[in-house]
Write a protein that binds this ligand. Structure first.
Ligand code: PLP
Length: 416
């Protein structure tokens, strides 16, 4: 028996073999990996996980690969920070940050999904990998393709942050900047995927790719001493990450690794691209696509593939979805850095801004365990905050010049 049963349509339930397919031929619903959980249950244990590698591959038994991992061996198992300073400002004694700003190798949560996707792409015999990206995915596919010696094409919107563009070019893939937004890029890539026999990680091998996000839920539970949190605050782009956090927690409960899961999952979007948040607010059960206009470019998907499922996951958990303006995003980035020493990108600013709103709305009790997902690194989106941070003191290399600057700066508690 194999741990992977096959692919299964999320809408009509029709089953397919575990190949490079992502859409149901009958109802056009998305396909998802289905597993033989009885088989997995006999193999997996908490002890086995604890003795495993300090990477997401400690959960290999719950990931959609048949052999051993071959790509991205160091992704995942990022720090869980007890955020006491930020918690004190927000009135929370058990606030935690899941810190994927230091994920390996490209400093975002995307290293999880790409490690799984490229290992699977190699298993399926592909020699070329590709993606449609809002930025971080392209960085991660480029780096992992270099490591795996696969030909690589990454498609990005033309107006990405310079750190993310450079973060592709350094690995020498084929970088295609498309004159359009992410939704245009994605549409183009669906056409390209129909013409060329390539593994598009978030298109034809999306069912495998998306499973990598479950590891954020597994790590959260394990790092909280095998307990689910009371609340999770999760950024939404395509909505895949959020739905897979719900799936990962449910799997851990079914395996008996954690007590009954009552986690309220809350979604975070930028106001300039909030198709899922507005559906939630207006109590619609369909997503109305929008044209993105936000500094949170990594979340700027106007027509999110898993938006509907993310909405259902939030509603089913008793959570809510909130939005943050560009100004609140910058404030969130600064607040996080100032209180916890974590420099997150704009998506992290969205998450922190929404966390702050939820705290203000009294959605949390003081002692609730709240986990905020910080999914990308601030060094990649410097232009978003550069104008808000002031400048260094410029002085001459003399003590007198320093002391004069100190007088001018009037720092509380410092004798001049
Ligand atoms: C891609 C991305 C997300 C969200 O991913 P989805 O699964 O598409 O919702 C969140 N944060 C960052 C930094 C990302 O790059």
């Amino acid at each position: 028996m194999n741990k992977i049963k096959g692919l299964k349509c999320k809408e009509c339930g029709k089953e397919y073999p575990a190949t490079a397919l992502h859409v149901c031929e009958f109802c056009f619903g998305p396909l998802e990996v289905s597993y033989n959980y009885d088989y997995i249950k006999r193999k997996i244990s908490k002890e086995g996980i604890c003795a495993g590698p300090k990477s997401l591959w400690r959960y290999q038994d719950l990931l959609p690969i048949e052999g051993e991992p071959t790509v991205g061996l160091h992704a995942g198992f990022t720090p869980m920070i007890h955020a006491k300073n930020l918690g004190a400002e927000l009135g929370l004694s058990n606030l935690y940050l899941k810190n994927d700003t230091v994920n390996c190798p490209t400093l975002s949560f995307k290293d999880r999904v790409v490690a799984v996707a490229l290992t699977r792409a190699k298993e399926l015999g592909f020699d070329t990998v590709a993606c449609a990206s809002t930025g971080n995915l392209a960085n991660s596919v480029s780096a992992h393709a270099a490591e795996a010696r696969l030909r690589c094409f990454v498609f990005i919107p033309h107006d990405l942050e310079s750190g993310k563009v450079l973060g592709n070019l350094i690995y020498k893939p084929n970088v295609i900047a498309v004159q359009g937004n992410y939704d245009d890029v994605n549409r183009l890539c669906s056409e390209v995927a129909g013409e060329y026999p390539w593994a598009f990680v978030n298109i034809n091998i999306r069912p495998y790719y998306s499973e990598g996000s479950k590891t954020l839920a597994y790590e959260t539970a394990e790092q909280l001493g095998w307990n689910p949190p009371d609340h999770a605050v999760v950024p939404i782009a395509s909505g895949s990450l959020l739905t897979k956090i719900a799936k990962g927690l449910a799997e851990f409960e079914a395996l008996g690794f954690v007590p009954a899961v009552t986690t309220q999952i809350h979604g975070a979007q930028a106001e300039g691209c909030a198709p899922v948040a507005s559906a939630f607010l207006e109590k619609r059960d369909f997503i109305r696509p929008v044209k993105p206009k936000t500094i949170a470019k990594s979340l700027a998907i106007g027509n999110p593939a898993d938006g509907f499922y993310a909405l259902k996951a939030v509603q089913g958990s008793g959570g809510i979805i909130e939005q943050a303006t560009d100004e609140e995003i910058v404030e969130g980035m600064v607040l996080l850095a100032r209180t916890e020493g974590v420099f997150a990108e704009t998506a992290g600013g969205v998450t922190i801004a929404v966390l702050k709103k939820l705290a203000k709305q009294d959605r949390f009790r003081h002692n609730d365990v709240v986990v905020a997902y910080i999914t990308g690194n601030g060094l990649k989106t410097q232009e978003a905050v550069a104008a808000n941070l002031g400048a260094p003191w410029h002085i001459q290399p003399s003590l007198a010049s320093f002391q004069q600057a100190l007088v001018e700066a009037k720092i509380a508690g410092v004798q001049t």
